[in-house]
Design a protein around this ligand. Structure first.
Ligand code: SIN
Length: 290
C-alpha cells in the first residue's frame, strides 16, 4: 500500500493520505507509518471510518494498549477507549471533560509514560457560521531542545526532574475548566512522585527532547528549590513557544496520534454546550525515559 505524507508545520505534524484504517495494513506499510510517526511526532489521517475494535487493534501495533482507570468514562464494552468529551447525559459527563487543558505530555508523572496517544474525532464543535472550535496545539520538544544555546544544553545535561501527579491535579483544577475534587490522601499515596531526565532521548530517532512540564515538575534532583523551579519554568515555557507549534483544526473522522517523548500538547477549551466535542482516545505503551 502506498501513501503520501504532507508535513503541516516547520517542526512537527504530517497528514498521511491514501490509508484506510478500516482495512488491513500490511507489515511494510505499517513500518513506514511508524517511521513517519517517529519523524513528525504528530501524524493524522482524515476521513476515517473504523470501529472501536479497529482503533484498538491499530493503536496496539505501536505499543500495548492500556485500559483506563476511570471506567465510568470509557466506551461501553471497550475499557481501552476513553471518551474525551463535554457531552452530558442526565447532567452527568459521559467522558473526561477537562482532558489536556494545560500544556503537558501524557502521564509523565508515571514511571513508564505511554509512547503515544491517539484521538479519533467523532464530534467536533462547529457553530452556525461553520467556525470550528476545540483545536489541539502541539509543540515539538525536540526542536525546542535543539534551539537551546549550547551553554544551557550543557547546564541541563544529566539533570533529573521530579514529576508530581498531585501537583498536576492541583494545577489543572486551578487553571482549567474543571470540576475535579481535591485528591484524597489515598489517591496521593497511590501516585508517588517520579524522576525523569530533563533531556530525554527518543528511542527510535535518537533525537534529544526537553521533558519538563509546567505545573507538574516540582523540582530537580540535587538542586535548591528556587533555582530548580526557575530553570523548570524557563525550559517548559521555551518548549511550547509558538515557533515550535502545530495547531490541529479537527474534522470529524480524523484519527490523530502524538508522540509523548518528542511532543507536548494542549487542548483549547473555547466551546461550551450545546456545541459538542467527542473523541475516542487510545494510549499505547512506551519504554522507560532515558
Ligand atoms: C488530551 O490531552 O488527552 C486531550 C487533547 C484534546 O482533547 O484535544
Amino acid at each position: 500500500m502506498s501513501f503520501t505524507v504532507q508535513p503541516c508545520a516547520k517542526h512537527l505534524g504530517a497528514e498521511i493520505s491514501g490509508v484506510d484504517l478500516s482495512r488491513a495494513i500490511d507489515t511494510e506499510t505499517f513500518a513506514k507509518i511508524d517511521q513517519t510517526y517517529a519523524k513528525y511526532g504528530v501524524i493524522f489521517f482524515r476521513n476515517q471510518d473504523f470501529s472501536p475494535d479497529q482503533q484498538i487493534s491499530f493503536s496496539g501495533r505501536f505499543g500495548e494498549v492500556g485500559s483506563f482507570p476511570l471506567a465510568q468514562y470509557s466506551l461501553d464494552g471497550h475499557p481501552e477507549i476513553l471518551l474525551v468529551s463535554n457531552i452530558q447525559k442526565d447532567n452527568v459527563n459521559i467522558g473526561l471533560a477537562d482532558a489536556g487543558q494545560t500544556w503537558h505530555t501524557d502521564m509523565s508523572w508515571s514511571a513508564l509514560p505511554p509512547r503515544g496517544t491517539a484521538l479519533y474525532a467523532k464530534e467536533i464543535p462547529i457553530n452556525n457560521d461553520d467556525d470550528v472550535f476545540g483545536d489541539t496545539l502541539f509543540a515539538s520538544a525536540s526542536a525546542a531542545y535543539e534551539a537551546l544555546p549550547d551553554a544551557l544544553k550543557n547546564r541541563i545535561e544529566g539533570l533529573k526532574a521530579i514529576h508530581s501527579y498531585h501537583a498536576k491535579h492541583a494545577y489543572r483544577a486551578k487553571v482549567s475548566v474543571s470540576d475535579r475534587e481535591e485528591m484524597s490522601q489515598d489517591q496521593k499515596d497511590a501516585h508517588p512522585n517520579v524522576v525523569h531526565p530533563v533531556v530525554r532521548t527518543h528511542p527510535l530517532t535518537g533525537r534529544k527532547c526537553l521533558y519538563v512540564v509546567t505545573g507538574e515538575c516540582v523540582g530537580i534532583e540535587g538542586m535548591p528549590e528556587n533555582e530548580a523551579l526557575a530553570l523548570l519554568d524557563e525550559l517548559a515555557t521555551h518548549t511550547v513557544k509558538p515557533e515550535f507549534q502545530y495547531r490541529h483544526k479537527w474534522q470529524v473522522g480524523d484519527f490523530l496520534m502524538w508522540d509523548n517523548c518528542s511532543v507536548q500538547h494542549l487542548a483549547i477549551r473555547d466551546y461550551e454546550l450545546p456545541l459538542r466535542r467527542l473523541m475516542h482516545r487510545t494510549q499505547f505503551a512506551g519504554s522507560r525515559p532515558y
